[in-house]
Structures are given as structure tokens and as C-alpha cells.
Design a protein around this ligand. Sequence first.
Ligand code: SF4
Length: 281
Amino acid sequence: MAETEQVKNAKLEAKSPFELRVNLGHGVPETEVRTALATGDMGFLHSFTTGSTVDGPGVRVVAWTTGCQFRCLYCHNPDTWAMINGIPATLDRATAELRKYRAGLKVMSGGFTLSGGEPLMQDRFAVKLLTAAQAMGIHTALDTNGSLGGRLTDTELEKISLVLLDLKSWEPELHRRLTGMEVGPVHDFARRLGALRRPIWVRFVLVPGLTDGAENVAGVAKFAASLGNVQRVDVLPFHQMGRFKWKELKLDYKLDDVQPPSPEGVERVCAQFRAEGLRVY
Ligand code: SF4
């Protein structure tokens, strides 16, 4: 890959995924992008961040990929939608970045989480990076919207210690309105993980007026409980931290007037998950 000055100067580390990053892959020829996607020898990354305690067990190093086919109304990282916004990083560079944290992660019983964006938009790169992490003896997690899970073989799923699976809504029409995509493939992937007994942490973003309907929550909770492999559910209260990115990118943000859920609203939803026998955080 012929590296531009911009790419050479772009740092993989970021303080948080809330840093706005655009156009860092601009200028990479289309053929190189296609080869990267086919081989996984290069990926597009928004950044690496350290110190997360919410993206899997222990302290996590998180690689945030770019590229996502969903358009969630509440997305707090819309700069990760376009793959070309990310830093083109060879597999060797990304692996070397991760290796820097290997000893510390072991001491802290932490691990590596691949998030995004949607990491399976770059499924070959995702598999290679997760395989490299596993070979270093690091716990691996994949944070995914689940819709492209069919791109991974059963053997490749074994490279992933834990899947953080976003279940955004139960009702198909609401899922379409919320994300622009169908819910069916997400549920198919969840059922497959259940059949394979691969561990899942479900993530459910609670957006007042959108995802908090009692029937919708009950549907997600019943479905999650039916899988038999869900270790915990994280109910994530909606927040406005990503709004500035929508404004900067001149995107039509529709949730300006939505407030974070009240503590009572969060507790009601958590109780619905608990009622199905699930551990909730
Ligand atoms: S799946 Fe995640 S990255 Fe993609 S639009 Fe939704 S919230 Fe944003």
C-alpha cells in the first residue's frame, strides 16, 4: 500500500471513539480496498482505545472499525459508517498495536474487543485480527449488530471468546425504522450462536419513545432468554454524546428532542429482562 502523508501521520490511538475522524482512507485506490476486503491483510480503523470497562469482561483494548450498513437513528459514531473515513492499517500494524497491551491485559484479566462501525463489514480482517489476538493468549470479543454473522464459519466463531450482540428491537417494523435494515438476519445469527453454545452479552439501547415500549422490550427479553447462551444483558441508556458528529457531518439528526431515560424507566426495562431469568447490568 502506498501510504499518503495523511495516513502516515494518523495515529491509531485515540482518547475515545467520540473523536470525529473523517476521510483518513481517502486516496486509497479502489482496487486496494477490494483486495483488502478479500484478503483481510489491511483494514480500515477509526482508532484503538484503551481502558474501557464496558466492552467485555475486565479492562478492554478496543479497535473501532469503520464501515457499517445500518443507519441507527441514535448512532453515536456516524463517522464510522463510511469505511473510507478510517485509517488504512495493515494487519501487521494493527497486530503490533495490540501487542503493546498484551502484558497489561493479562495482568488485568482484560481483553481485546473489536467494535465499530460494524466489524463484519471487514470480515476477513476481523477474523485475522481476532485470530492474532487469540494467538497472543488474549480474551477476544466481537461487538456486532449481528446482521453479517453468516460471513463467519463455525470454526471462525471459535476465535471469538464472546459476542456482544446488539438487539436493537424485537418488532420488524421498528427495527427497520430504527436502523434502515431487517431484523431477520440478526435473529438468525443469534439463534446460530445459541445452537453453537457460543457466549453472548446482549446490548439493548434504551431510547425513550422508540425502543422502550413494553411489548418491544418483552419481545427482545423473551427472545434473548430463549437462546440459552446469553450470559448477561446490558441495558444502555440513550445519550446525546454523538449528536455533535451528526451536526459536523451535516446529517439529519432526528433525536434532538429525546432525553435520556429516567432511572425509573431504566429500572422498568431491566426488570422486564430479569423477569425472563436474565442477568442485567
Ligand atoms: S450498528 Fe452501530 S455503528 Fe452501525 S449505525 Fe448502528 S449504532 Fe451506528
